[in-house]
Design a protein around this ligand. Structure first.
Ligand SMILES: [Zn+2]
Ligand SMILES: [Zn+2]
Length: 444
């Protein structure tokens, strides 16, 4: 963490602690246990409805900025609960407000979007949906678990409304489009998220992963990496596959680049600092006997430190240019797309929430020792000045985890076609954690 980050963090924490100093004391551990029992009783009743909604959303996933049916479903649910709902914020986002007397405003965010990939879980409620993606029909899958987040988001809203005699303040529940494409948070902010509505005093979000269900992990400071997407268009000269001497082979350029760019990570970056360059897509050619005239390479860069981020981006551009030069090809076109800064949890909000998680979940509340390598545009809300806590939720039955381990197989993680978090326990923990965290900052 550099000095600027550190001082911004400390200033944020000090301001928030000042707010909290004027606010009510944190929830006592014994009261957390009582509230959790109330939430569980409420959830038992709400579960059939939540499960049906989860399966519906899972079977009808929608891609970034196309989440119209998903947003409409959530908007209706929130209106039924008594929230004042505005749709089409930042294109397909929703903002749901519930006022319950004077007090702070708390933002709770879920993502709405799914991924352009085919589900291969074999579940009875697996998705067979397709949507247009880059001009062609493409399978769509909630393989990042945003369907879990949406259901837990609604579940927390239900429980907070049911427990409204126990808190005062304003709930600002937002459904954000296009987290996967990175751009939804910016779009909502640009559409007046913090000017048309009050700027929240605190924000919360959670993400399911492949840890054991019931687990909640959190840490102050950097929680998620910075992400930069890139696209490189290598130019070449097309020719018959039998006459390579007449070509400038862009497939060879792309192949060399994919291998060589990893030396930026292994040789140029300080080894102890986190940094990843992944090429996730290569597109070139149409037949085995034609050398095409171009190749497209797309990928993502992940980092925590701003200086590593710059180093990896510069190294990637240099490698692309050198690769083209080796082939005598024209300079490649390197484009960096939507970027997300690292998610940095607020020290004050983390310190306030951690004891509540400990009281509720005991040994299953686990302070994370290091940040994750995934990225999030939740960072946009933090940069806009909403001190926040973003935590991780376990998604897999420990028995399933043990079985995979015994077979020597890798447990399917987010963004894999087999990713299949167990809905009931994941959503239950998500509702408990979110409801308790909100109650803890909105005490009477
Ligand atoms: Zn994702
Ligand atoms: Zn995600």
């Amino acid at each position: 963490m550099n000095q600027i980050f550190r001082s911004v963090l400390l200033a944020g924490a000090a301001a928030l602690l000042a707010n909290f100093a004027q606010a009510a004391a944190p929830t006592k551990p014994a009261d957390v246990v009582k509230q959790k029992a109330q939430i569980d009783a409420g959830l038992d009743k709400a579960w059939p409805h939540l499960e049906a909604l989860y399966k519906d959303i899972h079977q009808h996933p929608e891609l970034a900025f196309q989440e119209t049916a998903t947003a409409a479903k959530l908007a209706k649910e929130m209106r039924d609960l008594g929230f004042e709902v505005t749709e089409h914020v930042g294109k397909t986002g929703i903002v749901a407000i519930y006022k319950n007397g004077p007090g702070p405003t708390v933002m709770v965010r879920t993502e709405l979007d799914a991924l352009p990939m085919e589900e291969k879980t074999g579940l009875p409620y697996a998705s067979h949906a397709t949507q247009m993606w880059e001009g062609k029909p493409t399978p769509v899958d909630h393989s990042c678990g945003h369907d879990i987040h949406m259901t837990a988001w609604l579940g927390a809203a239900q429980q907070l409304v049911a427990l409204k005699s126990q808190w005062h303040g304003t709930l600002m529940f937002i459904g954000q489009p296009a987290e996967e494409a990175i751009g939804g948070a910016k779009a909502m902010i640009a559409d007046g998220l913090f000017t048309r509505w009050p700027k929240p005093d605190v924000g919360f979000a959670q993400h399911v992963g492949n840890g054991p269900v019931g687990g909640v992990s959190y840490k102050p400071g950097v929680f998620n990496s910075a992400a930069d997407s890139f696209e490189i268009a290598f130019a070449g000269r097309g020719a018959h596959g039998s006459r390579p001497q007449q070509s400038i082979d862009p497939v060879l350029e792309a192949a060399r680049f994919v291998v060589d760019v990893q030396s930026v990570v292994s040789r140029e970056k300080e080894p102890a600092l986190f940094g990843v360059i992944t090429v996730g897509a290569i597109q070139a050619g149409s037949a085995g006997n034609i050398i095409p005239d171009g190749a497209l390479v797309r990928g993502t860069i992940r980092s925590y430190e701003p200086e590593v981020r710059v180093k990896l981006k510069e190294g990637l551009v240099r490698t692309a240019q050198a690769t083209a030069m080796m082939s005598g090809a024209p300079a490649p076109k390197v484009t960096f797309g939507e970027a997300a800064a690292a998610v940095i949890n607020d020290d004050g909000v983390t310190a306030r929430t951690a004891p509540v998680f400990k009281a509720a979940f005991g040994d299953h509340a686990v302070p994370a020792t290091s940040p994750g390598s995934a990225s999030e545009d939740y960072s946009e809300y933090i940069i806009a000045g909403v001190p926040s806590l973003y935590w991780g939720l376990g998604g897999y039955d420990p028995k399933v985890i043990a079985d995979y381990k015994a077979r020597g197989e890798v447990l399917p993680g987010n963004h894999t076609p087999q990713f299949a978090p167990a809905p009931e326990p994941s959503i239950r923990t998500g509702v408990e954690a979110m409801t308790l965290a909100v109650l803890n900052v909105l005490r009477p």
